[in-house]
Design a protein around this ligand. Structure first.
Ligand SMILES: [Zn+2]
Length: 470
């Protein structure tokens, strides 16, 4: 049964009001963020209790989501094959001046590439059901049958928004002060209003993950996600509720650096905080329905068992049946699900119903469908320099802006010279009619520095060369 929430209070305005009234903030967060606010101070010697800041179910949003699911009901009915999607991912490592770490096992705030690479590997294993710990913790036949390969791959972005090749795939290092960000640790409201807008890359091409350190009102939070924007024909876009398909420049996931990738944290060490938050980012709710410990809340997924509250630690280490007041008989509750609060080592599966939601999001949602055709994980290298019917030379190369293109064609013909960036976008174009060529000047001084491709094309000729704009 779907639980209807009577209030919609996750808005920037409410976030702002949190800052103004600390007492009401805690109450509202308990209602809407389902955080463990009873823990006012976490002793350093004790493990941090998993705390996700993603908002709880919003009934207006879910109505639109269900309308979208209707369009994709074939997924749920098994009548339509799922599609393998690819999502380019960029990690904005937002530091405050720390050097890039040197240890592959002990993280530092300016995480080195080893942590990012292990995080991407963990996402791919979990979303393709290739995680090797699945069989240890899932031994009940019902859960084995329900478990699913989500058929989503994640690739490290190799090209920046300006077309530059990234020095480290999937990584954008950001010194906080260079973006006018103040302080060293941040609340969700500051992240929404300042950190994300200052550092986000085009969310139609990149899945933005903001790696930072939570502080202030949200100290101890492991991460939080923005839900996908739902559009469905005849239904208004649910794009004006912060958190629920909010603004483009806040899309993505904020993730605490301590829990990124394979790390030395005793509890959240397998990169599954991002597996969990990515689930939200693709339209999933917490498996217990965000209703405290009651049995009335739902995650709107049919094949996840009704569950009272969240699970912590690993309720069983061998996949044995674990029951609660809402699921009192076998197979019990699905504490092994990525959308519970269990420790990283025992959250090991998604269900088919969760897959249906995520596949529908990839098929229909703004800033999700376009990711699959984004080319930012590929550096163009298909350069044809061997066409004997044309001579084309470029100078100077590298250039500071002015580029001379000298062309010598055997036969006069119509042709087009295009300058293309590494995203495949044409930034300059010159057309010639019945010409043998000559020298053509192109001014690139207003374009961003980076790698570009100059292509000559006619009905019979195609030739491409690479230039560097400094
Ligand atoms: Zn969560």
């Amino acid at each position: 049964m779907r639980k209807t929430f009577t209030t919609i209070s996750l808005t920037i305005g409410i976030l702002a009001s949190f800052a103004q009234n600390n007492n009401s903030k805690l109450q509202k967060k308990t209602n809407n963020f389902t955080l463990e606010n009873q823990i006012s101070k976490i002793e350093e010697s004790e493990p941090v209790k998993r705390k996700c800041g993603t908002p709880a179910l919003n009934s207006s949003y879910e109505e639109a989501f269900q309308a979208m699911m209707q369009k994709n009901e074939q997924f749920a009915n098994g009548k339509k094959s799922a599609v393998v999607y690819n999502i380019p991912i960029i990690f904005h490592i937002i530091h405050t001046g720390q050097a890039v770490g040197t240890s592959a096992t002990v993280p530092t705030r300016n995480l080195n590439a080893a942590f990012i690479n292990s995080q991407i590997a963990a996402l791919n294993a979990d979303y393709r059901k290739l995680n090797t710990d699945f069989t240890t913790y899932v031994t009940q036949s019902t859960f084995i049958a329900n478990s699913s390969d989500i058929q989503i791959n994640f690739c490290a972005a190799k090209v920046s928004p300006t077309g530059a090749t990234l020095a480290e795939p999937g990584i954008d290092r950001v010194l906080a002060s260079s973006k006018s960000l103040t302080g060293t640790t941040w609340s969700m409201s500051y992240i929404e209003s300042n950190v994300k807008p200052a550092t986000s890359w085009d969310p139609t091409k990149y899945y933005n993950v903001f790696v930072l350190e939570f502080g202030g009102a949200d100290a101890g939070t492991l991460g939080y996600a923005q839900f996908p924007t739902v559009t469905s024909s005849g239904t208004p876009t649910i794009g004006d509720l912060a958190g629920f398909g909010g603004a483009a420049n806040t899309d993505g996931v904020a993730l605490d650096w301590h829990y990124t990738g394979l790390n030395n944290d005793g509890t959240y060490n397998k990169g599954r905080t991002l597996t969990h938050e990515t689930g939200h980012w693709l339209g999933l709710y917490h498996i217990w329905g965000d209703d405290g410990s009651a049995c009335s809340g739902s995650d709107n997924v049919a094949d996840t068992p009704n569950q009272g509250g969240e699970n912590y630690t690993c309720p069983s280490t061998n996949g044995a049946v674990v029951t609660d007041a809402c699921s009192s008989t076998s197979p019990g509750v699905n504490y092994q699900n990525y959308m519970d609060y269990s420790d990283d080592k025992c959250m090991v599966m998604f269900t088919a119903g969760q897959k249906a939601r995520m596949q529908a999001v990839m098929a229909s949602c703004a800033r999700r469908t376009s990711l699959n055709t984004s080319t930012v994980c590929t550096i163009p290298n298909s350069i044809d320099e061997n066409n004997s019917n044309v001579e084309m030379s470029l100078f100077p190369n590298p250039t500071n802006g002015e580029l001379n293109i000298t062309i010598d064609l055997l036969n006069a013909q119509d042709f087009t010279i295009s300058v293309i960036n590494t995203l495949g976008q044409t930034v300059k174009e010159v057309k010639q009619t019945q010409s043998n060529g000559g020298t053509i000047k192109i001014d690139l001084s207003s374009n961003s520095a980076g790698v570009y491709f100059v292509t000559l094309k006619s009905k019979t000729i195609s030739k491409t060369k690479r230039i560097i704009l400094q």
